[in-house]
Write a protein that binds this ligand. Structure first.
Ligand SMILES: CC(C)CCC[C@@H](C)[C@H]1CC[C@H]2[C@@H]3CC=C4C[C@@H](O)CC[C@]4(C)[C@H]3CC[C@]12C
Length: 438
């Protein structure tokens, strides 16, 4: 693993574009992985690089492994699961679909990760990260459905964190994501539904987090809350925050007290005008942009109809994770985080050792990064054509189907479900028998 700290790139060579119109390319109910999108909708990263963005707050997994109790460890794994989504906030460019066999590696002070596109139809990206303290692996098979006003993303696939020191594993599935106002108005994104983290080994705890729908006045926008429970379903910890900002933890009794207090205050006559004013203000600010326009958005929100007040702060909480704010140049560069800015960088000395299938070597992404949209579009077409040709050639020769180089389907020992498992060897840097995909 890279031992010295070094500075990474904090900007891109050229700024991105603004405002685009989708009407022309989309039709209802379509599986978006089957449409060729003009590069104007793209951001200069491959989806594999987006997967590597999960690692931005990898230090939370190190923190988890340093904790002495199963509850402590579960808290930080939950914080990691939420933090992994933070980079998606306002990121509305489409990452490039990885080519079959494309890989992406990232090696930092405290972890390294290898991702591979293991299937093209359906698109499946597998990844495996390791460090002295944890292993993090899984696969993601994003399904995008276009519903007129909105796009629904179902990121199917299981992810697993292993803490070898404690002989513990944690698994979960990512929540669904909805993009609103894709055709008109301001595009915005919700993460929606229940995220359930299971702990295997140790105390067999569970963390159940509910990603809330924005709600009619936007008051629950980006909000996440839930509990860590033991196998007898006793609530041990209350977790709350926003996936775009932070996650806090407190004792469930503190949460109950806070809720009771808010309810009492809301009932007392003096406070109600103020309360109404706040609501009215929120309403006028956000109703245009944040009104759920999709029935599922309401149904999946996990609200059982009862009006539970929302809490922003509970005295006596600890902050498990706080997101780094976007850099000042973010708006000019596809709303990237500082971490994202560095992902496609050709780092010094990489030239010789880099695997020839690495996303950094994709000419279309590189061209878009340089601001050359036409060049990028031409290269994208060329690469997709080349991919089709080699698929045809494999069929024609009646040779074996495509076999991923670094991952294989196997049974995840914890969930006992089918999963993509890393076969090892990538970091030996022997890249001789690889197909030329670029
Ligand atoms: C043409 C334009 C409007 C379409 C833009 C589509 C963009 C915004 C879509 C395309 C693929 C999508 C991603 C697909 C899968 C996941 C994994 C999930 O766990 C978090 C959301 C995330 C990371 C999605 C975020 C939104 C996304 C990047």
């Amino acid at each position: 693993m890279a031992s010295e700290k070094r500075g990474y790139r904090t900007t891109l060579p050229a700024p991105g574009h603004s405002e685009v119109n989708l009407c022309s390319v989309l039709s209802l109910g379509k599986d978006l992985s089957k449409i060729t999108m003009p590069v104007i909708f793209n951001e200069p990263l491959s989806f594999l690089q987006r997967v590597a963005e999960y690692m931005e707050y990898a230090k939370l997994l190190k923190q988890a492994s340093l904790e002495q109790t199963p509850i402590g460890r579960m808290q930080y794994v939950a914080a990691f699961a939420v933090s992994a989504l933070a980079s998606n906030w306002e990121r509305l460019g489409k990452p490039f679909n990885p080519l079959l066999g494309e890989t992406y590696e990232l090696e930092r002070e405290d972890f390294r990760i290898i991702c591979e596109q293991v299937s093209h139809h359906p698109p499946v990206s597998a990844f495996h990260a390791d460090s002295d303290d944890f292993i993090f692996h899984g696969s993601i098979h994003p399904k995008l459905k276009f519903w007129g006003k909105s796009i629904e993303v179902h990121p199917k696939g299981i992810v697993t964190v292993e803490l070898p020191k404690w002989k513990e594993a944690y698994t979960w599935q990512n929540v669904n994501c909805i993009l609103h106002n894709v055709l008109v108005g301001q595009l915005w994104m919700e993460q929606l539904g229940a995220l359930e983290i299971k702990q295997y080994g140790g105390a067999n705890l569970k963390a159940t987090l509910s990603f809330k729908s924005a709600g009619w006045n936007g008051k629950d926008l980006h909000r996440v809350e839930g509990f860590i429970t033991d196998p007898d379903k006793r609530k041990l910890v209350f977790l709350y925050g926003k996936w775009t900002e932070k996650l806090c933890a407190c004792d469930p009794s503190l949460y109950e007290e806070t809720i009771d207090r808010i309810r009492r205050e809301a009932k007392s006559p003096q406070s109600s005008p103020g309360h109404k004013k706040v609501l009215a203000k929120l309403h006028s600010l956000k109703v245009g942009a944040f009104k759920p326009s999709h029935q599922d958005a309401i149904d999946e929100s996990g609200n059982d109809g009862e009006d539970v007040p929302t809490v922003d702060e509970i005295a006596g909480s600890i902050t498990l994770w706080e997101g780094v704010s976007r850099p000042a140049n973010s708006a000019d560069f596809y709303q990237f985080t500082t971490f994202a800015m560095s992902l496609n960088e050709m780092e010094p000395g990489m030239g010789k050792s880099l695997c020839p299938t690495d996303s950094r070597l994709r000419p279309d992404i590189r061209k878009l990064e340089m601001g050359d949209q036409d060049g990028a579009a031409a290269e994208k077409i060329r690469l997709e054509e080349k991919q089709r040709e080699s698929r045809k050639a494999r069929k024609h020769k009646k040779g074996p189907e495509w076999v991923p180089r670094w991952f294989q389907v196997g049974i995840n020992p914890h969930t006992r479900q089918e999963d993509w498992l890393y076969q090892g060897g990538y970091w030996d840097r022997n890249y001789s028998d690889l197909e030329d995909i670029f």
